[in-house]
Design a protein around this ligand. Sequence first.
Ligand code: ARG
Length: 584
Amino acid sequence: MTDPQLELTGRVQQALADAFGTEYADADPLIRPSQFADYQANVAMSLSKRLRRAPREVAQEIADRLTGPAAQATDDPFPGTVEVSGPGFLNLTLSDTWIAEQASEVLADPRAGVGLITPPQTVVVDYSAPNAAKEMHVGHLRTTIVGDALARVHEHLGNKVVRQNHLGDWGTPFGMLIEHLLDIGEEAAVAQLEAGEGNAYYQTARAKFDADPAFNARARARVVTLQAEEPETMRLWHIFMDATLRYFNKVYRQLEVTLTDEDIAGESMYNPMLARVCDELQERGIAVLSDGALCVFPPGYTGREDQPLPFMIRKSDGAYGYATTDMATIRYRVDDLKADRILYVIGATQALHMSMLFDSARLAGWLPEHVRAEHVQIGSVLGSDGKMFKTRSGKSIKLLELLDEAETRAGEVIKDRDYDDTERARIAHAVGMGAVKYADLSVSHDSEYVFDFDRMLALTGNTGPYLQYAQARIRSIFRRGGVSPAEATGPIALGHPAERALALQLLRFGSVVEEMAEHSAPHKLASYLFDTASAFTTFFENCPVLRDDVDAAVRASRLALCALTLRILETGLTLLGVPVPERM
Ligand code: ARG
């Protein structure tokens, strides 16, 4: 089975090579969906200059190669029709038989047309990474949701995925956090942290640090014993971290995110490697001392007055920082995890840091040419006031409360449905989480958007609940018909234009999934699923499936289209991490 666009690309490239010579075999045929046919190829226009011939003439020559008598005489004739139009467009229309055949193959394929990447790659996905010293906020929510979708899609394509939750769990603030824990007692501290009040905890500790000299001195001394990994300090640090993690895990479980404790590789893990990172870079002259600080100066970065911009890996007081740890992440991921590709799913505001990091690591030879490292930039989530969505009426929004509110509001959406309480709660959970997650995924990851419950929970438009509802509705067709989707094996035959359009759409699933993985772009899969659900709606409005007067063969074909649509919506939503409720 083939994606229609790939099929046509291959055919047109072959025609180009036959007509104008093999040097044209790699030219991009510029195949695009068209209003007048299934697709159009715009290559004749772009080639006409190079060939010094009129575009229409070039187009005609390609058309002849595609469907002329010689082409039709081969054992693999063009599966459709070609027409030259306008200044030199090629309008390409696929035959119903070809589409139906391909759709039947996708239907029979347990992977619904999604291939496996061979050989599999090792893809490291760095995502979520909240800071233990502060509350996890909506920004972390989005990196968590987008990162999880990317991890899921790579796994589905057969790649080996290593999830890395780069927790902010180390550094000087932990001196005062541990001292505060001693002040208020372990039990009270644990209760507060488990409840997700890390921010308040931090602020109280900070206030004491600033106002109380004795506390300040204790906190500083604690940083020293923490750096030395002194056992009692480590015990207290673990109490703090374990309680904090229990809160993060509550958020992950509620969101149905696949991160587990196994995936934790926080800043503390890299602590023992930092001295060597600095020494080696200094010995090799990659990093140099500048006003006492150890810095790499990757070429091409300038700051004020055109001064070269430092990537500082050790401050003048000897302290390591975020950049040091991140240099260590690259080494570990390349050398120990054997990454072929590393995705850093992190806020767009860190673009400069990430870019200097990659360049510094390339300079050091720690990030070899064959390893792809990418900053998947996450755009900010804004409140209705257009500012960062962090606070409401002055106080910061607790993530778990936000998620609970999503579920409560989702309950409203389904309030007139006839379900018992357990079922209702289950659906409200799925719809609430689906709405929040889909809102993060359906716009491109680097753009900002406004957090708006009403919009994300709408049952119409490009929303999670719309897609959840679309698949639930197909399930109900099967329930009413008394057949299971697995029994709907076709064969698929196409009569009505809406059947044809739906089938053509279903053929593209595999290549869209690959595209999402290649470009780290969940929104491409999201908009594909939305288009698929829309094509299904048109089909369902025009083509009765269960009605008595529908001929048995037509009914079998239509049920098969329903089954394949359901499978693709279900698989696609699952790859995005959007829950799939049975009913809605
Ligand atoms: N903890 C950081 C933050 O909250 C994100 C860490 C991302 N990962 C990394 N390797 N830098 O901004």
